[in-house]
Design a binder for this molecule. Structure first.
Ligand SMILES: [Zn+2]
Length: 47
């Protein structure tokens, strides 16, 4: 599944995403752990 990294806007494949997390019940995928770290600053990660 193609997904968009919300931090840098890069379109990535969810299966090979470098990082992902669940935010507000939705799984969000990132191209790198750096992008996830940036996203974590403004969004609360849920279990
Ligand atoms: Zn990114």
């Amino acid at each position: 599944m193609k997904v968009k990294d919300p931090v840098c806007g890069m379109v990535i494949e969810s299966a090979t995403a470098a990082a992902h997390g669940t935010y507000g019940g939705q799984t969000v995928y990132f191209c790198s752990v750096a992008c996830q770290a940036s996203y974590d600053k403004t969004h609360r990660r849920s279990a």
